[in-house]
Design a protein around this ligand. Structure first.
Ligand SMILES: *Cc1c(COP(=O)(O)O)cnc(C)c1O
Length: 365
């Protein structure tokens, strides 16, 4: 009875929501389970800890000065990132996770009369931002091998956005194809979401000098093991960056707190930790792919820290459930139906991958 009353009350109360919010279909993040001792291979976090130098820099920020606002421009962090890529500070924008940076890009740079283009199988936040900001879009189909074919994007558009490597497929686009797209597509912004680029894909950052319509977005959540800190950044022409700053300074002037600014800058400077951990992830991925293939899985070619794998004799949803019973969580997408047979598996440590493989051997038996 109480449940029923609460429900009715809620239905009635939603009339206070704006029309935009009533019509939204929000993004559904992968599960962050409260249970301990799970092998968590579902949200593409790095299995290795962040740089110890980043942790020390963050600890040093925790004290009396937290009563003060942080630097609204995150100048030291932007200088550090600019230096890392050989760019100027006004070519760098930082935000509270690359999700926020992408959201600002949709509002500032991708909202025009023509629909924007992105792959039909891609990061599912893109259509959500379109709903939030009223951006029309056209989903461009991946080819039969689940690859992005950039020739299909050469048509009038309000902007183009795709991840490289793509998510959740893990498949990369070659830099030469991106440059050809930029040569042909000069009248709208091209956003390349390089969340996973450090796991073996060619970055388009080097093209920023030559193509003013290019915006490259990165995150510290994946290759730098800082998903919990929420830091992402965009690199591009200073006028594109200024467009993002106009949104930021009309929304939240302090998206990055003091701890995040200090930790992110230190993480960007710890080249050694970055190299060692990303090489370990790459090596574990190659080992995992080979073992899954031995078990009869088809695996899409991945340059990310995750892989998409399906077994000809087993349903994706059933395999995901059977793994869960064995305390291993992977991600399964019911939609689009083309990827429903697949499991999306984050590359963990070799020990975590071994736990997954022995559970799969047991299930397949
Ligand atoms: C993880 C991910 C992001 C979001 O990263 P945050 O910086 O943690 O917000 C962006 N794009 C893609 C494709 C991702 O998979």
């Amino acid at each position: 009875m109480t449940v029923l009353i609460t429900r009715l009350y809620l239905i009635d109360m939603s009339k206070f929501w704006s029309e935009t919010i009533q019509n939204l279909t929000p993004y559904v993040p992968g599960e962050q389970p409260k249970l301990a001792n799970l092998v968590k291979l579902n949200t593409n976090e790095n299995p290795y800890p962040p740089s110890p130098k980043a942790i020390a820099a963050m600890q040093a920020e925790i004290g009396e000065t937290l009563r003060l606002y942080p630097d609204p421009g995150s100048d030291k962090l932007r200088d550090t990132i600019a230096q890392y890529y050989g760019l100027k500070a006004d070519q760098v924008f930082v935000g509270n996770g690359s999700d926020e940076v992408l959201a600002h890009a949709f509002q500032a740079l991708l909202k025009h009369d023509l629909p924007i283009l992105f792959p039909d199988i891609t990061y599912s936040f893109y259509p959500v931002y379109c709903g939030l900001y009223g951006v029309s879009f056209e989903a461009v189909a991946l080819d039969d091998a689940f690859q992005i074919q950039l020739n299909d994007y050469q048509k009038p558009n309000g902007g183009i956005v795709f991840p490289n490597p793509n998510a959740p497929t893990g498949c990369p686009v070659a830099l030469v194809d991106i440059e050809n797209l930029l040569k042909a597509n000069t009248e709208s912004v091209v956003v390349i979401d390089e969340a996973y680029v450090d796991f073996g894909c060619e970055s388009a950052v080097g093209l920023v000098h030559r193509y003013p319509q290019l915006l490259v977005v990165h995150t510290l959540s994946k290759a730098r093991s800082l998903a919990g800190l929420r830091v992402g950044y965009a690199l591009g022409n200073a006028t594109l960056i200024e467009g993002l700053n106009r949104v930021k300074d009309s929304f939240n002037s302090y998206p990055l707190d003091k701890v995040a600014q200090a930790g992110a800058a230190a993480a960007m400077q710890d080249h050694e930790h970055f190299e060692i951990t990303r090489q370990q992830v790459i090596a574990s991925r190659e080992r995992l792919v080979a073992s899954l293939q031995q078990l009869g899985f088809d695996v899409l070619p991945s340059t990310a820290n995750f892989i998409m794998a399906k077994h000809p004799g087993h349903d994706g949803e059933a395999l995901t459930a059977a793994l869960r019973e064995r305390s291993i969580i992977v991600r399964h997408f019911k939609n689009p139906t083309r990827i429903a047979p697949f499991l999306r598996i984050t590359v963990g440590t070799d020990a975590q991958c071994d736990a997954l493989l022995s559970a799969l051997r047991e299930i397949l038996r």
